[in-house]
Design a protein around this ligand. Sequence first.
Ligand code: GLU
Length: 467
Amino acid sequence: MANHKFFRQVNRNFDRAAKFVKFTPGLLRLIKMCNSTYHMQFPLEKDDGTIETINAWRAEHSHHKLPTKGGIRYSMLVNEDEVTALAALMTYKCAVVDVPFGGAKGGIQIDTKNYSKAELERITRRFTFELIAKNFIGPDIDVPAPDYGTGEQEMAWIVDTYKQLVPSLNSEGCVTGKPLELGGIRGRREATGRGVCFGIEEACRNREDMKELGLDMGIDGKTVIIQGFGNVGFYAAKFLMEAGALITGIAEMEGAVYNPKGLDVEKVFAHRKETGSILNYPGAENITDTSKALELDCDILVPAALENQITADNAHRIRARIIAEAANGPTTQEAHDIIKERGALIIPDNYLNAGGVTVSYFEWLKNLSHVRFGRMDKRFEENSMKKLLAAIGEISDRKFSERQLAELSIGAGELDLVNSGLQDTMIEAYNQINEIRKKHDIDLRTAAFVSAINKVGIIYERMGIFP
Ligand code: GLU
């Protein structure tokens, strides 16, 4: 039996919030437990003909809504505890942002660097086959997505395997985060990072909260350190920079770079791609002990890598006024308490990184409806707006130029609608949990759990126990 350390940590956060809801202890236990976990071991024939055994898991934490939803990660740290904890976080995250899914998570215990593309393809396809065989995947059952160590390519292999073995009208909806050509949606790749940016912006918009932190209102000019420069970290940094923040530090496994005047995110990315390391970026200071980057002076620290990065060991050295959890579970409960004691604001993972699953929800809806968002109404909207502008022109004798007409009458396409839905989701959810925070005088993480437990609990209460 796995040592459920991470899952216990999630449940400790749950228990704190449970004091502020009205459900019975039995019902609360029911919400907390993980419904089903499938541990599979299967063989991989390596390119050199040798055979290796692969360990993989899929955990479905809660079936209060179907399908269940959550990413699949490829990492040596994957184990049953991690997958279970992350599945539970998915349940609460989906509830916080009103995405109608139960929570799930999967993982394969591999270091992707040690495998060729062909080997990764065989591992992914076999994993999908195992999930199909045990009814752990399907557009109405359980829908995986990318996570740490996976991306569009893995999702493409999954959807292809699924379609071959379970062909049906809706089979494209068996996984999200797919390439556009295979049923993906515009904006999904950058969704988690964009959501992180929307969430931080909304927090910074609150004058009263910022005053309490000793910060000015708004994102403009705020200094930001990003830990983790993968998909989530890169896009979060890029959008925060575009919104006016100063990205002063970026940390990766091999080290960190720091420049108090601000780093150009895309250029740092290109430098790392070219040289194989983030270090030695022109004009920036090298920090070879990457863990020290978390402790640098900044307004906002964005951990966007893995869990347990901020612990009792380093929490008291963290100086940021806002900790924005783009990763899942980056702060242990002990560290959370130390940071809270110092009066800093933690924007919790189970709200802040929900952008990915939110746009996954839009992708799944697109797959089930078999039509791209905006396809029916984009031109209609444009034409209506043109007529309106023409009428205004006639009444007011004001002649709009062709360029003005084109700019003012633009209809919403898929990407516009996805980003608008994502922004609305992040703003609404922030204000919901911030209200709960103020009502009970608790922190934002506990408030997010209160919100989630109330939304999930009411469903369990109404469903009753079967049989
Ligand atoms: N892996 C992402 C997460 O942890 C996305 C999950 C999804 O889109 O289903 O939220």
